[in-house]
Design a protein around this ligand. Structure first.
Ligand SMILES: Cc1cc2nc3c(=O)[nH]c(=O)nc-3n(C[C@H](O)[C@H](O)[C@H](O)COP(=O)(O)OP(=O)(O)OC[C@H]3O[C@@H](n4cnc5c(N)ncnc54)[C@H](O)[C@@H]3O)c2cc1C
Ligand code: SF4
Ligand code: SF4
Ligand code: SF4
Length: 440
C-alpha cells in the first residue's frame, strides 16, 4: 500500500512538473501575444486621440455608438442576434447593454452607463466597419472565400455518427481539440428537449456529444461571454459568472484561456472583426469552425406554427431536422416527413435575408452538408490553423476523408463548387438587394 501511495505521489509530481512546463510555454507565448495586443491597443488609442484632436473638423461623426447600431441595424431589423455587441460591452466591464428576446437593448434603458466608446458598432457583423481589414486578412476575392482545399469527410466515431447532422466533422474536430488539450473549452450550441438552443462552453467530449446536430433557430452565441453557461455534467447546464470560467479553466487570467468556437457566418464575422483588432473576448478563441448557412428560422414560427399547428407534429417527437432540396423531419420512430421548402418559407427569420455570407468565409474550417456524399460533410479548409487542425484530426484517426477514384473526386469537386458558388451568389445578391431597399 505504501509503495502504491509513493507511486501515486511520484506520478503527481511528474504530472505537476509537465503541467508547469506546459503552462510556462503557453504563458510565454501568451505573454508575447499580450505585448502585441497592448501595442495594438496603443495604436487604437493613438488613432482615437488623433480623432479627438480633430473633433471640431470632423465633428466626431466617425465614432458611431450603440445609438447608431439601434438606428442602422436593430430598428431596421437586420440584426443577426449574434450577441457580439453585448459581449464586447460586458467583457470590457462596461455592461450597458443586454440581449432581450434576441435583440440588444440598453439595460433598463439606462443610457447613462454607455461610454459611447463605439466598440459595439465597430465589431457588429452588420456594419461595414472593418470589412476592408477582414477581406484583406482572409484574402476573400469572391463570395466562396479563399480556401486551401475543398474536401469531404466523415467522423470515425460511431456515437457521433448516430447524432450528428451530416458527417459529424464539426463535433469530431472539436473532440480532437478537447481530447488532445489543444483548447481548454469550446463554445458550441446545445439544444433542450423542445429544440430551443443556447450557447454553452463544454470542456470534455462527453458534454460535447449533446451539441451534435443542427437546430434551425437563432442563437446569440457571443452572448456566452455575458451570460456564460457551462456544461457542468453531460446533462446539466449552469449559468455562471465570468470569473467561474476562469476558475473552471484553472487559469489565472481570462486572457490565457484557449477556446474553440463553432458558429454561423454572422457569429464568425463578429469574432473575426474583434480578432483583427486583437481584442477581448475574441483573443481567447484559437480555432474557429464555421457552419454553412443559407438562412435561419424563428423558433415559434418553425416549431409551433409550422411543425405543431400546420403539420400536426409534436416537437418532442422530432429526432432530427435537415434541409436538403426539401425540409426533412426525422421522427423518433425513424419515419421521415418531407416538406417542400416553399411551405416553411414563412418561418424564415426576415433579418437573415440581409446576411451575405453562405459558406462562412472567415472560419479556419467551414463545414456544410450541401453537395456532400451521403453521411459526409463538405469541408473548406481555409487557413493554416485550419489546415493543421484537419491534418492532425485525420492522422490521429478522429475523421476520415471521402475516398473515390481521382476522376470521381474531380467530378465531385466541380459539381460541389458549382453549387456552393451558386448558393453564395444568391445569398450575397439577396442581401445587397434587400439592404438597398431599406435605404430607400
Ligand atoms: C441555422 C443553420 C443553417 C444551416 N444551413 C445550411 C445550408 O443551407 N447548407 C448547408 O450545407 N449547411 C447548412 N448548415 C450546416 C449544417 O446543418 C451542419 O451544421 C454542417 O453540415 C455540419 O455538420 P456536421 O455533421 O459536421 O456537424 P455536427 O457534428 O452535427 O455538429 C453541429 C454543430 O452545429 C452547432 N449548431 C447547431 N445548431 C446551431 C445553431 N442554431 N447556431 C449555431 N451553431 C449551431 C453545434 O454547436 C455543433 O457544434 C446550417 C447550420 C445551421 C446552424
Ligand atoms: S459603452 Fe460602448 S460598447 Fe457599450 S453600449 Fe455604449 S458604445 Fe456600445
Ligand atoms: S453585434 Fe450582433 S447582436 Fe449586436 S446589433 Fe450587431 S448583429 Fe445584432
Ligand atoms: S443567415 Fe445564418 S449566418 Fe446569416 S444572420 Fe441568419 S443565422 Fe446568421
Amino acid at each position: 500500500m505504501e509503495i502504491l501511495d509513493l507511486l501515486d505521489e511520484i506520478i503527481k509530481i511528474i504530472k505537476d512538473f509537465i503541467r508547469e512546463i506546459f503552462d510556462y510555454d503557453v504563458k510565454k507565448d501568451r505573454k508575447k501575444e499580450i505585448i502585441e495586443i497592448k501595442k495594438e491597443m496603443g495604436e487604437i488609442k493613438k488613432e482615437r486621440v488623433e480623432i479627438i484632436e480633430k473633433k471640431d473638423e470632423i465633428k466626431m461623426t466617425e465614432v458611431k455608438t450603440f445609438k447608431d447600431l439601434e438606428n442602422e441595424v436593430i430598428k431596421p431589423k437586420i440584426c443577426a442576434s449574434c450577441g457580439g455587441c453585448v459581449s464586447i460591452c460586458a467583457i470590457n466591464n462596461i455592461n450597458a447593454i443586454k440581449m432581450k428576446n434576441g435583440t440588444p437593448e440598453f439595460i433598463e434603458s439606462d443610457e447613462q452607463i454607455c461610454l459611447e466608446c463605439g466598440l459595439c458598432y465597430h465589431f457588429c457583423p452588420r456594419t461595414t466597419s472593418l470589412n476592408t481589414q477582414l477581406t484583406e486578412a482572409y484574402a476573400c476575392k469572391d463570395p466562396v472565400g479563399s480556401y486551401k482545399k475543398l474536401t469531404w469527410a466523415q467522423t470515425t466515431d460511431p456515437e457521433i455518427l448516430k447524432v450528428c447532422q451530416d458527417g459529424g466533422i464539426v463535433t469530431s474536430l472539436v473532440k480532437y481539440l478537447l481530447d488532445t488539450k489543444k483548447v481548454d473549452g469550446a463554445i458550441v450550441n446545445i439544444a433542450t428537449s423542445n429544440w430551443k438552443s443556447f450557447p454553452t462552453i463544454v470542456t470534455s467530449s462527453d458534454q460535447l456529444l449533446k451539441s451534435a446536430g443542427t437546430r434551425y433557430s437563432i442563437t446569440s452565441s457571443l452572448n456566452i461571454f455575458k451570460n456564460p453557461k457551462i456544461a457542468s455534467s453531460p446533462d446539466k447546464y449552469d449559468d455562471v459568472d465570468i470569473p467561474s470560467i476562469i476558475e473552471l479553466l484553472e487559469l489565472s487570467d481570462f486572457d490565457y484561456a484557449r477556446l474553440a468556437f463553432v458558429g454561423c457566418p454572422c457569429h464568425v464575422t463578429a469574432v473575426r472583426k474583434m480578432q483583427v483588432r486583437k481584442i477581448r473576448p475574441a483573443n481567447t478563441i484559437k480555432y474557429v469552425i464555421g457552419l454553412f448557412c443559407m438562412e435561419n428560422f424563428t423558433y415559434t414560427d418553425l416549431m409551433k406554427k409550422m411543425f405543431e399547428q400546420k403539420l400536426n407534429l409534436s416537437v418532442d417527437n422530432i429526432k432530427k431536422v435537415n434541409i436538403k432540396k426539401n425540409f426533412l423531419i426525422t421522427l423518433k420512430d425513424d419515419t421521415v416527413k418531407e416538406v417542400p421548402m416553399k411551405e416553411v418559407e414563412g418561418a424564415i427569420r426576415s433579418n437573415c435575408l440581409f446576411c451575405p455570407d453562405f459558406s462562412n468565409v472567415y472560419a479556419d474550417i467551414s463545414v456544410g452538408g450541401i453537395a456532400a456524399p451521403q453521411n459526409h460533410s463538405t469541408v473548406f479548409i481555409r487557413t493554416e490553423q485550419g489546415e493543421q487542425l484537419f491534418a492532425k484530426a485525420l492522422s490521429e484517426g478522429f475523421i476520415a476523408e471521402y475516398r473515390a477514384t481521382p476522376e470521381n473526386i474531380s467530378k465531385l469537386r466541380e459539381r460541389s463548387l458549382k453549387i456552393i458558388n451558386r448558393m453564395s451568389n444568391v445569398k450575397t445578391e439577396r442581401a445587397s438587394k434587400n439592404l438597398q431597399e431599406t435605404k430607400r
